[in-house]
Design a protein. Sequence first.
Length: 512
Amino acid sequence: MPAYNFIIVDAYTSRSFKKRVAKYTPLIGEDYQLTFKYKVMGQPLGDYYVTFDLANLNKNVLVSKSKTGLQTITHNFGRIPLDGEIPWQIQVDPFSTAGGADPNKSPAKPKIPDLSTGGLVNKSSKQSDLEITTKKNITGILRPQAPANSVDYFETVRIKGSQQINITFKPKGQISKMALMMAQPATASWQAMASSSCTANVSGIYNEEVKPLLATADRFWPLYFWEIEKVAAKSTVFKQDFIVEVNNQRVNGSNLRKATWAKLEALEGNDFTYYTQPESVIESNNAKITNFVKQVLGAKYRTKLQPYDAARQIFQAIVKHVTYTFPENGAEDMRGHTSVEVLDKKRGDCGGFSLLIVGCLRNMGIPARTACGFWIGASAHCWCEFYLPGHGWILCDGSASKSWSEYGEYAYCFGNQFDLNSRIAFMRGNTFKVGEYETSWLQGPAGPWLTGTAQTEEVLHKHIVEEVPTYKVKRLVTNSSGKRIRKMAFQCPCEARGGFRLDNAALKSHHE
């Protein structure tokens, strides 16, 4: 018989306040924290671990063999963009090192039980589910408190900045016609535009204000467009300055489940027409997309699932299906660049994830659109949104979810995003057309579309995205250079790799 024993006393979700820990069910958007109490009877022969699992996240806490009696250990997982039923598990000495084995040579930790298979987790409807499955193991379910509003915006941050394109030309050229385009960070869902202005300048010739064009069936989003004719090829600057307010987002899943397929079919208005039809890079009516949706959800999913749950399941399936890919300099580009390409290649960057998610949701009859822009600090990113009648637009970020859950076991970043107030969206949707000029991506300025004898020497894009200090909230910050110095534990890899979407066709100059 061993000279020691462990007795589980209690385990619960908690919060810390003034060096005290109390039982607490957190709100979505607050820290998720677990506290564990157990007794050490006798004297362990070696140091051992207490492991904390929450969903697919894990923390191993090393405990000294010298500690006996009642022990209390708390682990804070931080702000996790996940809601619903979240299983947790705490184990004492899972690697059996308390008997004297070396804890540094422990075997792999057992996986947390999976809700889909039942596992060891008791799936009752009670607010708190606890089950001691062995003398050294306790499991439960965290159900974070949902906001009262179906879609809740909180922690407002004001952002200012600019985007511009600088063009220099080779000597002695003449411009017959030149056109430039850029999107406006307009008000929608979690973002509110406080101001936006645009100017166009050709050195010594033009310096004028450009007025925005409203969204139409040819351009799903407000944009600035500028065209000039018959001028000398001189340095050109097309620039927009803006101020926006952005928010984090969390949702009430129970409320969102009240949206029905019948309510979706009854939607009217241009916005819903735009965002349920195919686009050049979103082949939502393609048979491959249809087959994928049916493969994931079943042919009669509308009779079994409400739109919210169907969208959630297809989102998780795409996170599992697609591998994040962004080519290194000079390497072959393995990404898909349309919904169908991403589905076929099973590879994509943040934009690729978004294209496939939007394509599948539109195929299902749910209005959806990409949302692309920049982080504070001017790193590019792309994500997406879908619409439920009576509730509004709901964020879902596929590549960010992939960073949290490689195989899509849990719906991270689906409706809940706590760094949303550190990014700005310039474009929504993928159709931007003015007359003969068209592009699928307007994450940054597009152009120049150029005719004449003029030849470009250099085309530079510049973005400045800065936070306007207001009040302290828990969010990303930058230093004086604009570099991000603090971020969430997991982030879309596109940020580190400089992910940026341009329509190559829009960058090609034609010379008469």
